[in-house]
Design a protein around this ligand. Sequence first.
Ligand code: ADE
Ligand code: ZN
Length: 325
Amino acid sequence: MEFQNTPKIELHLHLEGAMPPEFARRLADEKNISLEGVFDETGGYAYRDFWHFLEVYEVATQVLTGPEEFARLTKAVLEQSAQHGVVYTEAFISPDFCGGGDVGAWKEYLAAMQQAAAEAEAEHGIKLRGIATPIRHFGPEKAKAAAKCAAETSGDFITGLGIGGDEKAGKLSDFSWSFDCAREAGLQLTAHAGEWGGPESVRDALSLNVERIGHGVRAIEDAELVKELVTRDVTLEVCPGSNVFLGVYPKLADHPLVRLMDAGVNCTVSTDDPPFFHTTMTKEYQDLATVFRFDEQVFLDLNKMAAKAAFCDEDTRAALLKQFT
Ligand code: ADE
Ligand code: ZN
């Protein structure tokens, strides 16, 4: 497959959302958990739209009952990413699903995932960093507990705080306590915005002083905002396949990635929730090459931008930049 072996950096991947359906079915069978309504007749995840996707996602996540299950998932996801040439990845991991916001439990989950990541790195060379991710529609109070978990474990593995979930559930500025708490603990910041919300949602994210924005693509609708992203040196975690699959844009040719890049915005490419959107990093590259004529040089530039924006230590960044020169 063309581009399968091209080295890649992925900055926007939800660990739970990367769970292969067959993995979810196996765990459900082992634990006698009903996943009724989660799969279609072909065995893939089934949902009607983004909001139903969030519901199905949460039901599927119920099979991840403890640290051991998250460790198995981490191993499976990293193996798959490595098969698609990914050398460095950052995964959104939700404290809400890993101990419900309890710091002691969260530490146990993290220890198990970190061990699994170390094994995957030894076997496949892929590196993982985690971004603790509160869920917006769970509300600001749950986010505070998640941010405290993140702050307590800020370090080599948990390097960032993000926020996912329903972009229409309240303003991001309602979560400023959580983002301030994380920043004070040395974490770097990203937030989902400008996927379902328009430019105003991207401005809302900027009010949290984030370094990156998950998606952010609808900033293209406001020229002043695009300039502000450039001036502030903010990086967008662009997930073209996700945006097309969920219907943010009717087809890839309509996606604003190239227009954002041409305007000087730092852009990177990721899959978001690959099995839910029937994508892989290889497929993202192939589709971009087909539709926008991206070549090896463009992918190199995108990966260089990703290395610059990665939430990692400077030695790791230097090694990544060297790999993508
Ligand atoms: N959680 C998992 N995938 C998401 C997405 N694309 N947007 C917001 N929250 C998410
Ligand atoms: Zn996402």
